[in-house]
Design a protein around this ligand. Structure first.
Ligand code: SAH
Length: 416
């Protein structure tokens, strides 16, 4: 609802409409601690343990009031989740197609200013874009969404209409097969919501092209959060390169434009088969790819150990493993895993060699990751320079008040 620039009569109409909504919405009453999360921390979640009186109705938008019934704002209500309330708006307003249309347009306007050099990017990064529990990724005209809360599911129809209106996509696919939907007691499935979405979508990323797999690929079809890091690492790559958790070859393709030889490694034969197709896709025009690419199906831990034993040397190494710590309780074990692969990689580098290393575990914080790298460098017994500290692509905005919006961290290191 627009609250500025209206004439006195129109303003009065809006005020009355808002009052009417406030009175008619289902209400959640929350504790002082719950209220504080919004008011003081600016964090959009209120946990179930801070809900004193839950709304009586089904999942959807509700009014949220504090312990003395003072107005706090509007939220999406998820009855079965630990995250019971997700902040939507400070004032009472209709949550309808117009609401989604405005927020989607704002999210798109932000991306337009970024000047993304590619045809696949994230259009909505959930809470960080004021659209809690919604992911929207753009793949060259095709849209892939994730609806991650029961509260949001209540607005599926309005959301689809708004997506069609704002983005005019060729198709919309819901990758609702993610595990977090179980916390919301929502079914897991992959559903075509609108138009057509093919099995493969060719996208461009800087100077390379690859096939995203919206129906079956990881996440929504590709790891878009690494786009800018891949381009940067590609620019810096040279000599013999090793891409250790290669998936469908997205780092490999960038490495291959600058290095002489690339070994791309993954445990998944299926991912490597797709990497092969992507390598072929980039062989035109002839000579565009400088390097020969070798695909190896192996466990990175074993491979690095064996290479070290064999006295192998690389000039460029990329480590982009899956999240080793998916829960807080798994951090210690994960830390050992990160340290091991980084230590082995540092030892394998030739003098002047570069290591680009990442962690997408939210629970492994940036200071912890740095500490692990320092410890690996110390154990490697070689001077290691920090060339660049890296984060997730800017179309995945990280909001300081919402730590959960940021998860990917990385470093580009050089060994003397
Ligand atoms: N770098 C990729 C994304 C990597 S996702 C990109 O930018 O697109 C992580 C990959 O690691 C997955 O493809 C998974 O199959 C692979 N993987 C998981 N455990 C592994 C292991 N121990 N050794 C090698 N690959 C592994």
């Amino acid at each position: 609802m627009r609250r500025t620039g209206c004439g006195p009569v129109y303003c009065e109409v809006l005020r009355l409409a808002s009052q009417h909504l406030e009175r008619n919405l289902e209400q959640a009453r929350v504790s002082a601690r719950g209220a504080d999360r919004w008011r003081r921390l600016g964090h959009p979640w209120i946990y179930r343990s801070d809900v004193l009186e839950p709304p009586a109705g089904p999942p959807g938008a509700v009014a949220v009031v504090g312990p003395r019934r003072e107005w706090l704002g509007m939220a999406l209500w998820s009855p079965s989740s630990q995250i019971a309330l997700r902040f939507l708006a400070a004032a009472a307003q209709s949550i309808d197609r117009e609401f989604f249309r405005e927020r989607l347009a704002a999210a798109r306007a932000y991306r337009e200013r970024l000047g993304v050099d590619g045809t696949a990017y994230r259009l909505v990064h959930g809470e960080a874009d004021g659209l809690p529990s919604l992911i929207v990724d753009w793949y060259a005209g095709h849209v892939v969404v994730e609806l991650l809360s029961a509260g949001l599911e209540a607005y599926r129809a309005e959301l689809i209409e708004a997506l069609v209106e704002v983005l005019t996509p060729l198709g919309i696919l819901a990758r609702n097969d993610v595990a977090v939907r179980e916390h919301e007691q929502l079914p897991r499935s992959v559903d075509l919501l609108y138009g057509q979405v093919p099995e493969w979508v060719e996208v461009r990323e800087g100077s390379v092209r690859y096939l995203a797999a919206p129906w079956t690929g990881q996440k929504t079809g590709a790891f878009l959060d690494q786009r800018e890091n891949r381009q940067r690492v590609g620019e810096l790559a040279r000599g013999r390169a090793l891409d250790c958790f290669a998936y469908h070859g997205s780092f490999t393709l960038h490495l291959a434009r600058h290095a002489d030889h690339v070994t791309a490694l993954d445990t998944s034969a299926d991912a490597l088969a797709r990497a092969r197709v992507n390598v072929e896709l980039n062989q035109q025009p002839a000579g565009a790819m400088r390097a020969a690419v070798e695909l190896v199906e192996a466990n990175a831990f074993d491979f690095l150990r064996a290479q070290e034993a064999a006295g192998a040397r690389y000039d460029t190494i990329v480590l982009d493993p899956p999240a080793f710590a998916k829960r807080r309780g798994a951090v210690e074990r994960a830390a050992r895993g990160y340290k091991e692969i980084n230590l082995r990689a540092l030892k394998l580098l030739a003098p002047g060699g570069m290591l680009a290393t990442f962690s997408c575990s939210f629970h492994v914080s940036m200071p912890l990751f740095r500490e692990l790298l320092e410890s690996a460098a110390a154990d490697a017994g070689r001077p290691v320079r920090l060339l660049e500290w890296r984060g997730q692509a800017l179309d995945h905005p990280e909001v300081l008040q919402i730590p959960e919006s940021g998860y990917l961290k990385g470093a580009i290191l050089r060994v003397d």
